[in-house]
Design a protein around this ligand. Structure first.
Ligand code: FES
Ligand code: FES
Length: 158
């Protein structure tokens, strides 16, 4: 199969790659670009572990083709911290012990970032609804919800 040449922006950097027409964005990120933060939990759009933001929309990168990133702005977990400075969501996930095995965590962080960008003061119900596409088999969700609430308060005060 002929490769597809893609020019895109990932975490603010111009990136070019060649991929196969049937290769997912998740495969491109992980296997071609070494951005292994997004995880493959299911590969069918059900778990949210592969979440990234494309042109301001939260997507499952396992359901997007690598070729579809052409000309778009992609945000991944690798772009969330600024150097050693963690994003408030990352900091609060640590403080609230909102992760155990960590497989779901990058997806939750990206989904929570998207949620707070659209709704800076979500209620608990809105957080649970906003993160309903992300599955966690370890934490029971309560610590994640508290971490997002706490991060929202920090970000509003900033
Ligand atoms: S790996 Fe994409 S939603 Fe599960
Ligand atoms: S921390 Fe293990 S799946 Fe969420």
């Amino acid at each position: 199969m002929a490769g597809v040449a893609v020019s895109t922006t990932i975490n603010g950097d111009a990136v070019e790659y060649l991929c196969q027409p049937d290769e997912t964005l998740l495969e491109v990120l992980r296997d071609r670009l070494g951005l292994t933060g997004a995880k493959e939990g299911c590969g069918t759009g059900d778990c949210g572990a592969c979440s990234v933001i494309v042109d301001g929309r939260l997507v499952c990168s396992c359901l997007v083709l690598g070729a579809e990133a052409e000309g778009r702005e992609v945000e991944t977990i690798e772009g969330m911290a600024h150097g050693d400075q963690l994003h408030p969501l990352q900091q609060k996930f640590l403080e609230h012990a909102a992760l155990q095995c960590g497989i779901c965590t990058p997806g939750f962080l990206i989904a929570a970032k998207d949620l707070l960008a659209k709704n800076p003061s979500p209620t608990e119900e809105e957080i649970r609804f906003g993160l309903a596409g992300n599955l966690c088999r370890c934490t029971g969700y309560d610590k994640i919800v508290r971490a997002v609430q706490d991060a929202a308060n920090v970000m509003k005060g900033a």
